[in-house]
Write a protein that binds this ligand. Sequence first.
Ligand SMILES: *[C@@H]1O[C@H](CO)[C@@H](O)[C@H](O)[C@H]1NC(C)=O
Ligand SMILES: *[C@@H]1O[C@H](CO)[C@@H](O)[C@H](O)[C@H]1NC(C)=O
Ligand SMILES: *[C@@H]1O[C@H](CO)[C@@H](O)[C@H](O)[C@H]1NC(C)=O
Ligand SMILES: *[C@@H]1O[C@H](CO)[C@@H](O)[C@H](O)[C@H]1NC(C)=O
Length: 372
Amino acid sequence: MLPQFLSALIVPFLCLHVVLAQTNSSATNSTATYTNPILTAGGADPWVIRHGDYYYMTYTTNDNITILRSSVLTDWNNADVKLAFNPSYGYAYSTDLWAPELHPIGDRWYIIFTADPNYDSPPPETDMYCEFTCPAVNHRMFVLESSTSDPWESDYSLKSELNTYDQFAIDGTYFQHTTGLYHIYSCWYRQYDGWPSNLCITKMSDPWTVSSNFSQREILSVPSNPWEKTPYGRPFNVRLSSNEGPEQLTNPTTGQQFVIYSAARSDNRNYCLGQLELVGADPMNPEDWRKDNEGCVFYQNALEQAYGVGHASFTKSPDGKEDWIVYHGMLDPITGWAARTIRTQRFTWNEDGTPNFPRPGYGPYPVPSGQT
Ligand SMILES: *[C@@H]1O[C@H](CO)[C@@H](O)[C@H](O)[C@H]1NC(C)=O
Ligand SMILES: *[C@@H]1O[C@H](CO)[C@@H](O)[C@H](O)[C@H]1NC(C)=O
Ligand SMILES: *[C@@H]1O[C@H](CO)[C@@H](O)[C@H](O)[C@H]1NC(C)=O
Ligand SMILES: *[C@@H]1O[C@H](CO)[C@@H](O)[C@H](O)[C@H]1NC(C)=O
């Protein structure tokens, strides 16, 4: 609570600021700006793709898979809404629908998502095997396929569960490479680990079929650094140590391939992004990946009250010239998952071809180039 005399000083200042921001928000003015979050209602795990004249977003709603469509990247409050999938009860994918992503592969669109059978509350005879509590023990990956080559006009139907060897699997994504298609997802070492969550890779023969067997599954990254643990540097056990939310990112100039992933714990202020770069020829060879062990490449900014920033996806400005990151973060660092909102910011590239992410904040920032 602010002392009364301070509030009296601050309130007029805030009002002035709002007036200026509105003055500059004219969409036709080249100095047009936007502020974060870009969807006023809460949301997490945003995935955005630009296609034709629109941006499409999907994100975690828990109960269904919803696609939003907007002509601008920076305001989703008036977006068109499409219910793509609304499972009934009684299936392996009926509850906790998380982190959907919408990918065009061939002439269809594929929605890859996480779900579980019944709010994943394992019975005692399952839970007893886990080292720590393991509420996510039944989470698996699933794929929907579009009925046409149009992501908005299509119906979506369940195509398959992705083979993760009957083990925990969340936040799966496609990694597309000259050598083929891969599934990269958050995994445990063993069926009943509970923690840590790692990044695993398997090869696919098509967007709904994993072709690797269990012994061919490879672990690309484990949360071994202090910043991949919660609390920071936790010395005693691996509880709350996560690698999850992997996303492919390609440098448009050099062709360098990255996997940007989320580290630490998603309900906590130190959730952040880490970076793997494919420096060899074979994505299935862990030696061909170089992990940036220096620290998070995108992380909380206490000066701007932007906490727990992670689970990103990547898109372009309407004119294709700028790179943009879409992510979730928290203004309030203590309430946990419910505090997450969806944000976007421009990013650039370093001399060595790695992404140069900004400090997270609320703006106002200039709108993406070519946005009208
Ligand atoms: C709006 O534009 C004016 C004039 O260019 C500038 O001084 C001001 O800082 C801008 N305000 C915001 C919120 O961007
Ligand atoms: C945009 O708005 C700013 C501040 O209101 C003004 O100074 C500038 O001339 C405008 N530019 C254009 C292209 O309209
Ligand atoms: C999807 O689920 C969310 C969360 O329960 C709900 O708020 C929303 O209305 C649902 N969307 C549609 C289109 O039914
Ligand atoms: C997995 O596949 C490889 C290559 O085909 C094979 O050599 C290996 O025996 C298989 N392992 C299992 C457990 O099936």
